[in-house]
Design a protein around this ligand. Sequence first.
Ligand SMILES: Cc1ncc(COP(=O)(O)O)c(C=O)c1O
Length: 389
Amino acid sequence: MQLTQRVSQVVPSITLEITAKAKAMRAEGIDVLSFTAGEPDFATPPHIVEAAKLALDEGKTRYGPAAGEPALRQAIAKKLREKNNLLYEAANVLVTNGGKHSLFNLMLAMIEQGDEVIIPAPYWLSYPEMVRLAEGTPVIVNTTAATDYKITPEQLRQAITPKSKLFVLNSPSNPTGAVYTPGEIRALAEVILEYDHLYVVSDEIYERILYDGTEHLSIGAVNDEIFRRTIISNGFAKSYSMTGWRVGYLAGELPLIKACSTIQGHSTSNVCTFAQYGAIAALENPQTCVETMVKAFTARRQVMVEGINQIAGLSCPNPKGAFYVFVDITKTGLNSLEFSAQLLESQQVAVIPGVAFGADDCVRFSYATDMDTIKRGLAKLGQFVSTLV
Ligand SMILES: Cc1ncc(COP(=O)(O)O)c(C=O)c1O
């Protein structure tokens, strides 16, 4: 069959491939230590599960409005107003099948052939592929550990052309865990406002997973002007350990949200109705479950970062958010695919090669795993690297 040009240029997810290989090795009885998870290793908090069960018992099992249950749209708008200082109403919110789907809807509604989308690298691997699926052009801007893998205002300015339509900002970041400071966010907003044709999508899916008292400022909250140029993408997966529930959201100006809602109305329709009631419970109850999770991540992060920086030949910044460390492997002389494949083969330790995120000199470790795995994995990593450096 002749497949479309559109799909031919999109590459399958390397993350999913490595994760599948590690799982297959496990199925053969091999003790694989996996640092690949893009999801918290905790159960969804019981009050969220109970709310969804109750919704099922109450018969909330039918089609709902394509844009989401009104009560959830309202709860999200309230959260955006009160927590993020973003003055949205329920009508500005579209409930989607996860954060991934909200970004995909956005690309389809906003991007077409000839449009450029600026993406700082290392990036979450789906951004460029989504842009390509929408027939736009990803413009990748490389960042380094010297700026904690954050794009500078100057780099952003240099990447802007008359065709630039959208800038993708992800803070806290997957894969680096970097968090832009309020000052850095303001400086980026200033650059965006110099160009009338440029919008910014702020992917805030890790906004609650922060360390050392780090503050998260949503770029849309900087001032009224940038608010009008901002689109927010977020979801429940990471903060509430709800990856399988598939609930996310997009917030922005009304015409955009209506357009995305129309796309959704002809593609997926509403998000699973009773899952949306779990999401309402997540927002409307105390956030202690998030705090408990962040506490566990904090302890693991410390062991990971210290352990990695003690291995001669490896280094990583101390990430301020999310649950990943991004490790520079340049001194090993291997590229990221060779490093990951050999580490898995020789030590049964699974990590994600940085090439998947546009950075072939690094690999990503997720510490959304237990402390025992972290300690044993670090020992094996040290053994592996000692044979190379
Ligand atoms: C940066 C980033 N954005 C969005 C998503 C999408 O999350 P979901 O579709 O599970 O809500 C992920 C998931 O890994 C992510 O890391």
